[in-house]
Design a protein around this ligand. Structure first.
Ligand code: PMP
Ligand code: GLN
Length: 396
């Protein structure tokens, strides 16, 4: 016997595509992780903390030095003032922070508004907590929500909304007006917002990340989730943060204590140091990533792909019909990894119903050589797809 919420799920698309990339030695532009090994100084601090630091259970809510560093970082960079002792909890990645938020706060039958495309862990964990997801489908190329969409999704049973901003996989950084609209709905419906802001530091020129917790009426009704893995490009570290008003934080900590209880103390110590000493990293990292994004999008455009704008996170999306490819995204991605040696993510995998099937996500947090090999592989995949198109099938 197994719980059907989990037993009936496929392996997540990120693992499926990385598995194929490993098996076939393909270029991996699928799962979001950088080629770059991450800042040397922070990794040196972690190594030193393993050898010379404290390696036993740290406090359940996290090392005080890290909780203080998180509060100071958010005050400095986003104008969010947090009391580290009563409002910040350290988790084993944002994945655990999300699980803790869903399990701690949702009561069976509560409706939870969720935007599609949806990060893979949200729906299973909301359901495991007894929640009832209400899906709002965002559409390319803008991927924005409207008042009408929120009106249709929010009801008197709505207790939560989950917002991923900056948004994976779309690369959208929601503008102030959209966030103000969502905050208005949260206040009017007495709803708590679970804000997955793991990409908050990965925002490119022209865009500005605004935390939902900073909007009128949201300070007491938002749970802000961050991830050192994304801040420092150390995705395997799994050091996350939960920030929320004291009453919410108390509940969150109750769930966290039975999910993982704590997070490796040496990594926490290194992240605490990093948050206080990484002004140059936070300035340069987005600039370098924007350069990689441009290299990939320019190369793809030269090869005939239609590339959507990307304002944040490690990802850009291509539109298949606009690129002359009359094939579903999953079929294209499987063909690309198997026959052209490049792994990518079909965005339809991140929809539960009425999927958008014409968009493919690519990770650009890669060295130039990897990006160039990816462009070459994708050009080959496109040529194969265009050649295979049968007469009479849908045209581009
Ligand atoms: N939420 C989103 C939107 C993500 O993109 C990711 C990871 N890429 C996570 C959560 C999980 O973060 P972590 O690795 O810190 O668990
Ligand atoms: N967040 C990463 C991505 O979007 C994947 C993380 C995972 O594989 N769980 O690619």
């Amino acid at each position: 016997m197994a719980n059907p919420i989990f037993a009936n799920l496929p392996t997540t698309i990120f693992e499926e595509m990385s598995g194929l990339a490993r098996e076939l030695s393909a270029v991996n532009l699928g799962q979001g992780f950088p080629d770059d090994p991450g800042p040397d100084a922070i990794r040196e601090k972690a190594a030193d903390a393993v050898l010379n630091g404290y390696n036993q259970y740290p406090p359940m809510a996290g090392l005080p030095e890290l909780r203080q560093a998180v509060a100071a970082h958010y005050a400095r960079t986003q104008g969010v003032e947090l009391d580290w002792a009563s409002e910040v909890t350290v988790t084993s990645g944002a994945t655990e922070a999300l699980a803790a938020a869903f399990l701690a706060l949702i009561e069976p039958g509560d409706e939870v508004v969720v935007f599609q495309p949806v990060y893979d862990s949200y729906l299973p964990m909301i359901r495991a907590a007894g929640g009832v997801p209400k899906l709002v489908s965002l559409q390319p190329p803008s991927w924005r929500f409207t008042r009408e969409m929120l009106q249709a999704a929010f009801s008197e049973r709505t207790r939560f909304v989950v917002l991923n901003n900056p948004m994976n996989p779309t690369g959208v950084v929601f503008p102030e007006g959209d966030l103000a609209l969502l905050a208005e709905f949260c206040v009017a419906h007495d709803v708590i917002a679970i804000c997955d802001e793991v990409w908050e530091q990965v925002v490119f020129e022209g865009a500005c990340h605004r935390p939902l917790i900073g909007f009128p009426g949201m300070r007491e009704r938002a749970v802000k989730i961050g991830s050192a893995g994304k801040m420092f490009g150390l995705t395997g570290w799994k050091v996350g943060f939960l920030a929320a008003a004291p009453a919410l934080s108390r509940s969150l900590a109750r769930a966290h204590q039975f999910l993982t209880f704590t997070t490796p103390p040496n990594l926490q110590a290194a992240v605490a140091w990093g948050l206080a000493n990484s002004e140059a990293w936070f300035r340069d990292m987005p600039r370098d990533l924007a350069r990689s994004r441009d290299r990939l999008s320019d190369g793809l455009r030269r090869e005939g792909f239609a590339v959507l704008p990307a304002q944040g996170a490690y990802f850009l999306c291509v539109d298949l019909p606009g690129s002359g490819v009359a094939m579903g995204d999953r079929e294209f991605c499987l063909q690309a990894v198997k026959q052209a040696g490049v792994a990518t993510i079909p965005v339809s995998a991140l929809y539960e119903d009425e999927p958008v099937t014409n968009i493919v996500r690519l990770c650009f947090a890669k060295r130039d050589a990897t990006l160039d090999a990816g462009i070459e592989g994708l050009a080959k995949a496109r040529a194969l797809a265009v050649r295979r198109r049968e007469p009479g099938s849908a045209t581009a």
